[in-house]
Design a protein around this ligand. Sequence first.
Ligand code: PAZ
Length: 368
Amino acid sequence: MTSSIGDMEPAEAESAYFNEYPPPKTLPNLEALARAFIERHVEANRRVVLVTSGGTTVPLEAQTVRFIDNFSAGTRGATSAEYFLEQGYAVIFLHRQYSLLPYSRHYSHSTNCFLDFMDEAPPTSESENPDHGRIVVRSEYQDEMRDVLRKYRYAKQNNLLLLLPFTTVSEYMFELRSLAKLMRPLGPNALFYLAAAVSDFFIPRHRMAEHKIQSSEIPANFSDESAVASDEAVASDDIYTGENEPEPPKSGKKLVVNLDPVPKFLHRLVDGWAPEGSMVVSFKLETDPSLLVYKAKTALQRYSHHLVIGNLLSTRKWEVVFITPDPPYERWIRVPKARRSKSISGVEDQVGLAEIKKGGSATSAEAE
Ligand code: PAZ
């Protein structure tokens, strides 16, 4: 690739990007699962939403030891997927591997260890061995867990939820493109709800180190052949991910990383990949409150889609701003203070999906 992807038109940037990377090995399998899922719901004339969730990684090495990550636990996506299911949608949940999932998020390993919800039941008869008693859900959690379990089972048994993972930004891009194209038969019954935190920068494959980047000089007379075959041994040039720039000092421990912009996939989704008449909702995360509305409005103008939901890192669980092409253009939605308490399982619900009913109006979590 001679010119930078950032300087190209969206369609040109798309082919440059996708030609540079091999598709993920799992893509054919993922496509087969998605095709069958979509066909089933086209037949049932059901609305299908593609929810993206979690952060993408940018590997620094082809055999990846180090990577740059994007912030996102997957709470927004997983919570929203549950609401979509409740509204009668089938959900394709494209998520960062090991991030939060619909329903199980209530009992995740990181915030709410599922073991804390369990107990050993007392023996029900004298003959029952107390050392091999039954494990039960603690009485105070029974109602909430029953509710979650029933909804989870319903979604599973009725094939309403398809879980598809990604890790790197290029996996995400390949999968998003394939899924959007596969969703074409859905037409206006398709909705894209893009809550994933996608890297804006990446290292092009041709500039990426193959092996683990070394922090110290490998001696020139290094000749241990068995070690050379391992991933610990690389030429010291690999420490530098830049191109046409001066070599880094060989003795220094600085790692200079030179990143290219990721092509603006939203352009291609709206203008090319997604079905005619489908709805596209994107999210915008900022940390500087003075930038949020400006950035969200700019995104809406640039990509001409239907809705940008803006949120700030520090307040994202309690307030979001909806930016729309039609009046009221900017609308804040806040969870009232009294409802900001944690649920029994300790996982906060969030603003977001309850307000997006295709063709309907916002209902819940109105501004204070
Ligand atoms: O996954 P989470 O609940 O921890 O965070 C959700 C979020 C802040 C990543 C999401 O609401 C969002 O803003 N996604 C888009 C991020 C972006 O601007 O790239």
